[in-house]
Design a protein around this ligand. Structure first.
Ligand code: KG4
Ligand code: ZN
Length: 337
């Protein structure tokens, strides 16, 4: 009898403050359970690494069980395991890695290590598997702001990254300063509704060297200065105009680099991904830019933008398909950067 083809995969993601597990069959997501720690970190205005890893330890068993139950698959039926190796918070990464390694070892099945940033890009292909390469991908998350060029599947060329704060980090810090809560991106988006994006003037950050690096710390400092000078707080009537202007400037700074790279690299498709890609202003300006250049824009649905194991599983499956085989490597290690 021919051996059954490997097809059922369990993926685990614990790189930051979401505990997530997904089951995929032939690369199709059957379940994608995400347990957020927002409430735990909210009083601190940012992720507290020690609390994050403790919470992953408490939640991982339950989250994996939920994802299996939702998919209808049994642990012993799984053919492959996948887990995020990094980058991320080392304590958090190790929880997912050791847990998944233990399962793979017990069931003697291959374990595929996945890069978190590459998984964010893969999220854009989950709903659009027929994307045309080369692809120019803008990744905007809480910890990273990077521009990638993919000549072909799994070939990642980093064109530029942030030299200081990530865009999401900038949003989170401004929200914290205003006492709006955590995570900053969604609360800023909500409070900016109906605001005039031209009311407050910010100059765009300029990089002194050519290339595609980003910088957001100057913009954050400028925002904090305006907040102080205008005595802005959570109840100030000008707040929505300020937040709309700040959001608009962050979006313009992000798209400036994409425009430049479009000229040089002439991609066939554009991808926007990462947690900040949930932002409506960014999504619509990105889609406009793509349309102006007659290019398709692939932006994951909001749930696939923020950290989730579905994207990790999708990338693991693609690696397995294209690279032929996977092994149980018990030396697989986590990397924070
Ligand atoms: O990708 P992600 O889930 O985690 C990291 O890998 O960092 O991204 C989290 C980031 C946070 O900074 C959060 O404020 C931001 O994504 N974010 C948003 C929105 N939803 C989440 N930023 C702007 N608008 C949103 N709607
Ligand atoms: Zn992420």
């Amino acid at each position: 009898m021919p051996r059954k083809k490997a097809s059922l995969l369990l993926a685990v993601e614990t790189s930051c403050d979401e505990t997530s597990a997904a089951v995929l069959q032939e690369g199709k997501i059957l379940s994608n359970v995400i347990l957020s720690q927002d409430e735990i970190h909210s009083p601190y205005g940012g992720v507290v690494p020690e609390l994050a890893s403790r919470q992953h330890i408490k939640a991982i068993d339950f989250v994996v069980s939920e994802s299996l139950e939702k998919s209808g698959a049994k642990l012993q039926e799984l053919d492959l395991f996948a887990v995020t190796q990094g980058p991320g918070l080392i304590g958090s990464l190790l929880v997912g890695l050791t847990f998944t390694k233990g399962l793979a070892y017990y069931y003697q099945k291959p374990l595929i290590g996945v890069d978190h940033l590459q998984a964010h890009i893969e999220a854009a292909f989950v709903e659009n598997p027929d994307v045309k390469y080369p692809v120019l991908a803008l990744l905007v998350s809480g910890g990273h702001t990077s521009l990638y060029f993919l000549e072909a599947p799994l070939s990642y060329k980093l064109l530029g990254k942030t030299r200081d704060d990530a865009a999401g980090e900038g949003l989170d810090k401004v929200a914290k300063f205003l006492g709006l809560g955590y995570p900053g991106g969604p609360v800023i988006e909500k409070n900016a509704e109906g605001g005039d994006p031209q009311r407050f003037k910010f100059s765009l950050p300029r990089m002194k060297t050519s290339g595609y690096d980003f910088s957001f710390s100057g913009l954050k400092t400028a925002a904090l200065k305006i907040i102080r000078e205008n005595n802005l707080d959570a109840r100030h009537p000008e707040l929505r105009h300020f937040l709309a202007s700040f959001e608009e400037t962050v979006v313009r700074a992000l798209l400036e680099n994409v425009k430049k790279a479009l000229m040089e690299f002439r991609p066939n498709s554009l991808v926007l991904c990462g947690g900040v890609a949930r932002n409506k202003r960014l999504r619509s300006h990105f889609a406009e830019l793509a349309a102006e250049n007659k290019l398709p824009a692939f932006i994951p649905s909001p749930r696939l933008c923020t950290d989730n194991a579905g994207m990790v599983g999708a990338l693991a499956w693609k690696k397995y398909q294209l690279q032929g085989q996977a092994v149980l490597d018990l030396e697989l290690d986590a990397y924070p950067r």
